[in-house]
Design a protein around this ligand. Structure first.
Ligand code: TXA
Ligand code: MG
Length: 320
């Protein structure tokens, strides 16, 4: 198992040696390495068992430092940066050549974000390179929202996890791209579309597909637990599966006739932000119970609810 602690100096030492470190952010925990070093980045793909066609997000601590590895920052991006950074927004820019092709899966663009977490901002300020970091889970599984989650799944493969407590947002960053047709959201996430539109006007939404080479990590089946998930009306799902051992992931109240211990309620007061912080913990909890099916329901499709529903849809999509 990895050591869990808050020793920034030790984390920096490991990163300087091109080793990996589990890091907290406000969205989910990341698996970080020196983004300028191809050997360090290669370790990320190995540990996550992530296909190399799926590019990584690069994390840094200030807009100034982004110019070190990005060619130009569009005006609209500056507006978004001023409003949302540090925060759960990732923006795609044309990269400079000091970002290895492995980081971007050969794309000419790089995904960048400034995370809103004091511990990791302090660490980023103290090192001379940005950090490439995907979510710290095995490829295809739900993202970790605590140091313990990281340790459970990757602890045997890494040495150190910086503990920054439970993630305040709990769902991955929103990813936006700038092109001739305007601004496109490539992944719904912790930064609300409604808030983005207040700053830059209407944006486009990319629909997901497994063959979309622009955003290869956004495949249809992603965020999947090992237990099959069905999304819809929970009572109907229960009625249609009378012989199965069922667990329930509910928005705001438990279902009847199902063991209370096999149920996880996302919020008791219709608080969608709270539901987002509890989503992945809930899926992990139910996934450990050796059930045959997890029944879950969509949450109201506003604010972070849109990102939650997106994750549920994809967790529930059929394996092939
Ligand atoms: O909140 C987050 O974004 C977390 C924390 C750790 O920052 N990171 C995260 O990384 O969710 P990951 O690797 O699990 O997801 C990154 C997504 C992938 O789906 C990838 O395809 C997309 O970002 N991506 C990265 N670079 C891209 C690029 N140049 N163009 C389009 N999509 C890109
Ligand atoms: Mg991920």
């Amino acid at each position: 198992m990895a050591i869990i602690g808050s020793d920034i100096k030790f984390a920096i030492e490991l990163l300087n040696q091109n080793e990996l470190v589990g890091i907290p952010t406000e969205t989910v925990y990341g698996l970080a390495a020196n983004a300028f070093d191809v050997d360090a980045v290669a370790k990320i793909f190995k540990v996550k068992e992530r296909p190399t066609f799926d590019p990584l997000i690069v994390h840094t601590s200030s807009l100034n430092r982004i110019s070190d590895f990005v060619q130009e920052i569009p005006d609209e991006a500056i507006k978004l940066a001023n409003r949302f950074w540090p925060g759960p927004l990732t923006m795609i820019f044309k990269k400079k050549s000091n970002i290895p092709d492995l980081v971007t899966a050969g794309l000419e663009t790089v995904a960048v974000r400034i995370p809103n977490h004091k511990l990791i901002l302090n660490l980023l300020d103290a090192i001379s390179f940005p950090l490439a970091a995907p979510s710290a889970n095995p490829f295809g599984y739900v993202s970790p929202t605590s140091a313990k989650h990281v340790n459970e799944q990757l602890g045997s493969k890494i040495n150190y996890i910086l503990d920054g407590g439970a993630c305040q947002v709990g769902i991955e960053s929103t990813i936006v791209e700038f092109n001739d047709d305007g601004i496109t959201i490539l992944r719904l996430g912790g930064c609300e579309v409604e808030e983005i539109e207040k700053v830059v006007g209407r944006v486009n939404l990319k629909s997901y597909s497994s063959s979309n080479p622009k955003a290869p990590g956004m495949m249809q089946r992603h965020y999947s637990p090992l237990t099959p998930i069905a999304v819809g009306d929970i009572d109907n799902i229960i009625a249609q599966n009378p012989d199965k051992k069922i667990g329930v992931l509910a928005f705001n109240k438990k279902a009847e006739n199902i063991n209370g211990d096999h149920q996880y309620v996302l919020t008791n007061n219709d608080d969608i932000d709270e539901a987002a912080t509890r989503l992945f913990t809930g899926i992990r909890y139910l996934d450990k119970l050796n059930l045959q099916l997890i029944a879950c329901e969509f949450v109201p499709n506003v604010g972070l609810g849109r990102a939650i529903n997106d994750r549920l849809k994809r967790a529930g999509s059929k394996r092939n």
